[in-house]
Design a protein around this ligand. Structure first.
Ligand code: C5J
Length: 220
């Protein structure tokens, strides 16, 4: 086991059973003209973590450890998008509407793709998920269990929505979860900080948090 300095106490990582999960580093959340901006957010905040997520991907690739990327998106007929999700909010554009990067949050559209800096390589797992959590209506669990994975290192966007939801789902399924705090971001700095505090509180009720430099040094 490898000990990674973390909050609320060191995270014991099993090098033979650890996967990196990169949540929703999609153009729709990170670039202007996508779903995130349609909701009224300043998407430039999220762009700051792209080099750190890319470095984290490079670290796992160098180790040969498994990597799973998720994309939040829906079937073109939106049959997997409940009206309660599609109709939420008062923005001019909704899921499925046409924006500058194609239909918002629809599979196969430019906006639903992962930003080139963090793009999956052949052989890496890629999951399209219709919900905020990575386990809802996906085969994530069987993929990870099939690969013998017991420990998950999390990165991606946004911290308090899809990252936190996925970590909570993973924690409930018995995975040991570590969030890399400088490889995740929110449109709302105070929500990012609060989400990390919620995760590590009460003895790590959802999991652990570390920084990329701490993880990199521990794995060196
Ligand atoms: C949101 C996500 N924020 N990937 N999705 O709607 O966090």
């Amino acid at each position: 086991m490898i000990e990674v300095p973390a909050r609320p106490y060191p995270f014991s990582l099993d090098p033979a059973r650890t996967a990196l999960v990169v949540i929703d580093m999609q153009r729709d959340f990170v670039e202007c003209g996508g779903f995130g901006e349609a909701l009224g957010n300043d998407v430039t905040k999220l762009q700051a973590i792209m080099p750190t997520v890319a470095a984290l991907l490079a670290l796992f690739r160098a180790k040969g450890w498994p990597i799973l990327h998720t994309r939040e998106c829906h079937l073109p007929d939106l049959s997997d998008c409940p009206p309660a999700k599609r109709l939420r909010g008062k923005g001019a554009l909704r899921i499925g509407d046409v924006g500058p990067m194609g239909r918002l949050l629809v599979r196969g559209e430019a906006g639903a793709s992962i930003v080139p800096e963090c793009a999956p390589l052949p052989g890496e797992m890629v999951i399209d998920k219709p919900g905020k959590g990575m386990f809802f209506a996906t085969d994530c669990e069987s993929l990870l269990r099939g690969a013998g994975v017991t420990h998950l290192v999390f990165a991606g966007v946004t911290t308090e929505v899809c990252v936190q939801t996925s970590m909570r789902e993973a924690n409930d399924r018995g995975f040991e979860c570590l969030l890399v705090s400088d490889a995740t971001e929110s449109y709302f700095p105070q929500f990012k900080a609060a989400a990390i505090e919620m995760i590590v509180a009460q003895g790590g009720i959802v999991g652990w948090a570390t920084s990329f430099p701490q993880l990199k040094e521990a794995l060196a």
